[in-house]
Design a binder for this molecule. Structure first.
Ligand code: PLP
Length: 230
């Protein structure tokens, strides 16, 4: 049952917080519902989930219209510039901004709709070839440039750690992202907060929480395996 899975994840988050001397109210669980049908999301909603993560614009906007409007929708997947217009005004947070051009498009759309869009910078901390995201070295300059754009607010950083058997192997990357976040925060850039660290997935979220995650993105751990052939 999804309800039991949600409880299990929440307990594991609470344990990791305790271990790290953190308050569990600092960590928000995002139920990553990509590929899963609306009734399963409703079940998670009934279990108290209000934050949902999707990685495709079309799927997000479809589900958006079918579920309660107190849900906070998180765009966690790679975002194409020509699709920005469909989600601005709908999503609570875009986790996957990794270029100035994409940020400029979000800014244009935000100004047009008279809203402010909160974003995270996606950082490829482990420097995997197959992954999107800027390098740690590039991130500060990108934040400084995006901070100058109207209608957009940089709230923190996101990373997708490598797929590993042993979550401990990813601790180094979570530590690195947190340190990068602190470094950027210390620059005191106008319009930049750096209070959010989106890191940790089903395989490694407890380690991420121990290292300071404020958002964990859990899919399989709540909804079970995904079937991409559907
Ligand atoms: C799919 C996905 C997740 C969730 O992955 P699980 O391993 O199923 O928990 C988290 N973050 C991003 C960006 C994803 O695309």
């Amino acid at each position: 049952m999804i309800k039991d899975k949600v409880a299990e994840v929440r307990n594991a988050i609470a344990d990791a917080c305790k271990k790290a001397g953190r308050n569990s109210s600092e960590v928000t669980l995002i139920a990553v519902s990509k590929t899963k049908p609306v009734p399963m999301l409703s079940e998670a909603y009934e279990a108290g989930c209000r934050d949902f993560g999707e990685n495709k614009v079309q799927e997000l906007t479809d589900k958006y219209g079918q579920l309660p409007d107190d849900i906070r929708w998180h765009m966690i997947g790679h975002l194409q510039r020509n699709k920005v217009k469909y989600i601005v005004g709908k999503v609570y947070l875009i986790h996957s901004v990794d270029s100035l051009k994409l940020a400029e498009e979000i800014s244009r759309e935000a100004v047009k709709k008279k809203v402010t869009v909160n974003i995270l910078i996606e950082v490829n901390v482990a420097e995997e070839e197959s992954k999107f995201g800027v390098s740690c070295a590039e991130a500060p300059a990108l934040v400084e440039k995006i901070a100058l754009l109207p209608g957009i607010c940089v709230k923190g950083l996101m990373t997708i750690a490598p797929y590993v058997e042993n979550a401990e192997e990813n601790r180094q990357y979570f530590v690195k992202l947190r340190q990068l976040c602190v470094d950027i925060k210390n620059k005191n850039i106008d319009n930049v907060c750096m209070d959010i660290l989106s890191m940790g997935m089903t395989g490694d979220y407890t380690v991420a929480v121990e290292e300071g995650a404020t958002y964990v993105r859990v899919g399989t751990g709540i909804f079970g395996d995904r079937n991409y052939e559907m």
